[in-house]
Design a protein around this ligand. Structure first.
Ligand SMILES: [Zn+2]
Ligand SMILES: [Zn+2]
Length: 282
């Protein structure tokens, strides 16, 4: 039986593993295919592709876009993206600038609260173009300003806490379009996490290709519910661990094993889209 994990993060966003470490864990766990889905970034894909090739693992290019629909935060996964696509790269650069500005605002709020964190220490620790809240939390711990990541979020960074800054997000429909024009498949990430079921029909109308049924934080009941929704709307089924590194002493990768047949269906869908565009251009 072949398995895949299609939801993974590295140091190119807020994960703690390098692409090489992640591919190493994937190989040890016997995965046939892995996809990298860093937040608003495809920067790590080249290194991940090389690391997977060296480990004999099939690699799928991906990214996870932060978006919203009707004021609900929705994460859209893009798979089989063309990482040279100019529109995709331009838009990603724009999202990354927004993320960097949000970090500056969070640090400014912390400074006003007499928490002497330097913004450069956050950027140095993040060391990537897609910094996020976890990097601010880690920088606070590293500077000895809080005792733990939990304390950083509870006291300052959680929604509606004093250093929290709302996220500017693209619309989910724009996200789906962006993924499509870069040749990819658009998949709704972890619908069970943000209670986003209400927005599924609108995303399907906008051309959503798939739904992440299997996820670390989905119960068996949730997975069954989303499998049923996938069936009803004729959506592809995906799954992944959403690994950001170690969790309780173990790498999170390995906890979700998507049967490889779903990867095959995704590849058929991409091929069908490609031939449809070629036909249209003839
Ligand atoms: Zn997500
Ligand atoms: Zn994720």
């Amino acid at each position: 039986m072949k398995f895949a994990d299609l939801h993974l993060h590295t140091q190119f966003s807020d994960g703690t593993f390098t692409p090489e470490e992640l591919a190493g864990h994937g190989a040890r766990l016997g995965f046939a295919a892995l996809a990298l889905t860093d937040h608003d970034s495809v920067e790590g894909c080249a290194r991940m592709a090389a690391a997977c090739a060296a480990a004999g693992i099939e690699f799928i290019v991906g990214a996870e876009l932060t978006a919203e629909h009707d004021h609900t935060e929705v994460h859209i996964l893009g798979y089989f993206l063309d990482t040279q696509n100019q529109t995709l790269l331009t838009e990603i650069a724009r999202f990354q600038a927004v993320r960097q500005q949000r970090i500056r605002e969070m640090v400014a709020r912390l400074n006003k609260l007499n928490v002497p964190l330097g913004v450069e220490s956050v950027f140095a620790l993040a060391n990537c173009k897609s910094p996020g809240r976890p990097h601010v939390a880690r920088a606070l711990v590293k500077a000895g300003l809080v005792a733990s990541l939990d304390e950083a979020f509870e006291r300052f960074l959680k929604k509606n806490r004093p250093a929290w800054v709302p996220k500017a997000r693209m619309s989910a429909l724009e996200g789906i379009d962006l993924i499509h024009q870069a040749g990819g498949l658009a998949v709704m990430a972890h619908p069970g996490l943000n209670r986003t079921d209400d927005v599924i029909p609108a995303l399907v109308d906008a051309g959503l290709d798939g739904i992440e049924c299997f996820h670390t934080k989905h119960s068996t009941v949730m997975a069954e519910r989303y499998l049923e929704i996938a069936d009803r709307f004729h959506l592809l089924v995906t799954g992944g661990s959403d690994c950001h590194g170690f969790s309780k002493g173990k790498p999170l990768i390995g906890g979700v094993k998507l049967p490889y047949e779903h990867v095959e269906k995704m590849k058929q869908a991409v091929a069908a889209k490609k031939s449809a565009t070629t036909d249209a251009h003839r």
